[in-house]
Design a protein around this ligand. Sequence first.
Ligand code: SF4
Length: 253
Amino acid sequence: MFREFFLSGGAAFQEEVEICHPSYDIVCHIDFLFRGKNRFHVVEMKSTGGIPEEPYGSWVDQLHVQMGLLRIREGEKAEIGGSILAVDLNKGEYREFNSYAPHPEVFTPLIERGSHILSAMRGECEPNTIPSILCGHCSYRTGCPAHRDQEIPQEVTDRVADYESLDRQKKALEKRMDPLKKELISFFGERFQGITETGIAVATTTVAPGETIDSTRLKKDFPDVFQACSKPKAGYTKLEVRQLPPAPLAKAA
Ligand code: SF4
């Protein structure tokens, strides 16, 4: 689809461009490489379910490897840029994360990491673990040393902060909504269905009073009945986030 977009825009580009590192067995494949006179632009396509606010660290690392290998191939004088095009095919949405440029300070450690992985694959050393948000999809998550040591990478720290902030906003909104809800119910009554002038549908319904079982008492007074009527309930994982107060400042000596 994007190939057609680019073609219709008259852009000059190549697809699936393979570049090999001159010294290590490291190869990259550039999805789209646009070129002008001594100017290059790398586009890495990512199809994803839900486009993140910021690109994943692994996406950015991949782009830096591509731009770094291109820099080696084309030389220092070449003007090189890069972007990540994230596409959510289910929702039909896309977002471009742009303005990346090659940096030796980022590229060199990534090549060192790649070379370390190759050594580990040859059985020459134990592999280092580098946790990221993608650990949730890793089949080695259980028992991984990075998780045993509870390392929290920056991209996960950022998401925790986002979640905590949204959770606070949700609670603040609920506080504002509750009195409004009471006012509206007392205006519309127990049964209403209508539409405001501005096109907002409103309905009130009333749930009739009923009875419920006191399970604590049932378990205590009629354990056999409780046992006979019990059925397994699936467990789930709770997530709780809370901003802690700042640590008190240490007293000056
Ligand atoms: S769980 Fe461990 S091995 Fe798997 S990706 Fe994360 S850090 Fe790497």
